[in-house]
Design a protein around this ligand. Structure first.
Ligand SMILES: [Zn+2]
Length: 341
């Protein structure tokens, strides 16, 4: 399933192909992948469907929040796209011909520049966990995206703490919850937890403040490096130009269960959490938390099992009270989340 870096790659490859260009024709082939705009007629006809799919619009910009994309037209119409498990949103110039007939292509758009038709955009999704949502305005998009947590590129320790510190869920399950943080899926949850030295099975309410800070830092870091690498190479995933991702080699644990840990050499373990295969190193990600009095130490220190001695903080004691600094940055991160919409 494409996660934040892969969807960001789709956004950045499509933006120069679509921005400032007109959508001269929009065709919905499979109705059940599409959700009409709020308050639209119960059974819109073909012309109304085409209009809601941005026919006649000029593309103003393409935005992303977590794993969702939105094409925003100059006149305010919006089409929100989720790639789900197997979705592809691909632009093909007319010089390369029309995308071949394929019963997994559910929608097609003809894109024109000043000189006339220039290319075709297609949405293809064999398993149909993805979809298209029409919206009447950027305000409706903001409303939809308010249901998501902050975008993963802006993950902060205080925001993760605020959302999860009372949860008894496993920390990995918490990270996969898009209402907590948007864009983290199975790959980058495992990668970030490994880099942060946190056992994915640990309960959220037993994770200390400095660990949330370190985890947020690693989430941002794995996303940034995956975006720079062009996204992971995943089955079914291609970018907006139809090219596969390039970043698989950067994974330290994902897909490496049973192989030696790249940090300590111990065999990486495989378990299932939140119905997802989970890979971790029992030595680098100890079940009993390390303690640090200076969270800045964590950014440079590699995972090290020998520092995993039991802390003075009892497992039953629950999280320490949030510090004044945490409270201050919490309010600013919440404001950021609102303004990001
Ligand atoms: Zn290890």
């Amino acid at each position: 399933m494409p996660e934040l870096p892969e969807v960001e790659r789709v956004r950045t490859t499509l933006a120069p192909r679509l921005m400032g260009r007109s959508i001269t024709k929009a065709v919905l082939i499979r109705r059940d992948v599409w959700t009409p705009a709020p308050a639209s007629r119960a059974r819109p006809g073909p012309a109304a469907i085409a209009a809601q799919l941005l026919e006649g619009a000029v593309v103003d910009r393409i935005k992303r929040r977590g794993k969702q994309l939105a094409i925003i037209a100059e006149d305010g119409r919006v089409l929100c796209i989720h790639l789900g498990m197997t979705g592809r949103l691909v632009y093909q110039p007319l010089s390369a011909g029309r995308a071949a007939e394929d019963h997994h292509i559910h929608s097609r758009w003809t894109i024109a520049d000043d000189r006339g038709p220039a290319g075709e955009l297609t949405f293809r999704d064999p398993r149909r966990f993805g979809g298209l949502w029409s919206l009447n305005s950027p305000e409706q998009l903001a409303e939809r995206w308010m249901r998501l947590g902050p975008d993963g590129l802006g993950a902060t320790g205080p925001a993760l703490w605020a959302a999860l510190h009372e949860s008894r869920r496993a920390v990995k399950a918490g990270l996969l919850d898009q209402a907590v943080i948007a864009g983290v899926g199975n790959i980058y949850a495992d990668e970030a937890l490994f880099r942060a030295g946190i056992d994915p099975r640990r309960r959220c309410d037993r994770i200390a403040e400095d660990e949330w800070v370190r985890l947020a830092e690693k989430i941002r870091a794995v996303f940034r490096s995956a975006i720079a690498a062009g996204g992971s190479t995943l089955r079914d995933y291609v970018d907006g130009d139809g090219s596969p991702g390039l970043g698989r080699d950067t994974h330290q644990v994902y897909g490496r269960g049973g192989q030696p840990c790249l940090s300590c050499g111990q065999t990486l373990r495989i378990t299932t959490l939140a119905q997802r295969t989970t890979v971790f190193c029992a030595r680098c990600q100890p079940r009993t938390p390390r303690r640090s009095h200076n969270s800045s130490d964590f950014s440079t220190r590699p995972p090290d099992a020998r520092s995993g001695r039991r802390s003075g903080l009892s497992d039953r004691a629950g999280p320490a009270p949030v510090s004044t600094v945490m409270k201050e940055s919490l309010s600013s991160s919440q404001q950021q989340r609102v303004s990001a919409c």
